[in-house]
Design a protein around this ligand. Sequence first.
Ligand code: PHE
Length: 341
Amino acid sequence: MENKLRQLKDRSLQEICQADTLEALESIRVKYLGKKGELTAILKQMGSLSPEERPVMGQLANQVREALTEALESSRKALAEKALEKKLEDEREDVTLPGRPFTVGHTHPLTKVISEAKEIFIGMGFTIAEGPEVELADYNFTRLNTAAGHPARDRQDTFYFDDDDQVLLRTQTSPVQVRVMETQPLPIRIISPGRVYRKDEVDATHSPMFHQIEGLVVDEGITFGDLKGTLNELVWRLYGPETKTRFRPHHFPFTEPSCEVDIQCFECHGAGCRVCKGEGWIELLGAGMVHPKVLDGCGIDTEKYSGFAFGVGAERMAMFRFGISDLRLLFENDARFLEQF
Ligand code: PHE
C-alpha cells in the first residue's frame, strides 16, 4: 500500500504539472480525490490493514492528499492568472485610435428667427400670448369682422372639422387678438407665434401648415406712427438697419386702415430679380389699426383706446433672413440643408 501511495503521488503531481487548462485540472482532481477516485479507493482499503500499520498508512495517505490538494490549488491559481492575462491582452483598447465623431444638432432656422423676433419684441415691452390651433370660426372670423358668407371663410381654403363650419384649424393667428382682448387688462402689448393652416398645395412659397407671429398693441393714443416704428424696428433688427421697408395700402376686414409691409429684395436690393419676381420688393407681413368693430366686440371703449395689429409669416422671415428660396426646404428636415444655419 505504501508503494501504491507513493506511486500515486508521483503520477498525480506530474499530471498536475502538465495540465494546461482549468478543465484538465478539474478532471485530475476527480480522478484522484473524487468519490470514485484512486486515492479514495486506497483509503477504503485501510480497514483490511493491521492495527499497527493503519496509523502509519493513514498518515501517509493524508500527506499524499494534502500534497495533491496543494498542488491542485497552486496550479489552479497559476492557470487562472494566465487566463486573465490573456483576456486582458485580447480585449486591449487602443486608446490612440481617433474617436468616433458624433454630431450635435442645433435649433431649426425657423425656430431661430422666431426666437430672434421674440427677443426683439420682448425688448420693446411685449409679452408672449398663446392661442389654440383648433379654433372656433367665431374667433377666427366672425369676431374679426369677417361675417358668415365672407369669401375668406370658404371651405376651399379652410380646414373645418364639422358640417356647420363652426370648428376649424385656425387660418391665421389673429384670433389670439380677440382672446387676449377678452381676458387681459389694458394696455395690451403682446405677440403670439404659432402654427396656422390653409388648404394650399405645396410649392416653393406655399404649405398647408405654416407659422405666423401675431402682434397686438392696444392703449390710449396708439397711432399708425407707432405701428410703423415698431415694424421698422423689427425689420432693422432682423435684416440690418440699411434695409428699406415699404408700407403699401391693403385691405383686412379687422384693421382699418390696413397695409402690407414689404422689404427691399435681399437678393437684388431693389433692381428686380427672380426672387422678388422683378418687383424689387418682397411682402413680409400684413398690418393695420385694429378695426373699431373688433375693439367694440371685446368691450373696449373705442373713444379712449386704439390699437394696431400685425401678422408676420415666420417662414418668409426665415427665408429672407437666411436667403432660402424654397419653403419646402424648411420642412424636409434634410440635415445637409439644416446644418448650414
Ligand atoms: N391675419 C392676417 C393674414 O393672415 C395678417 C394680419 C394680422 C393683418 C393682423 C392685419 C393685422 O394675412
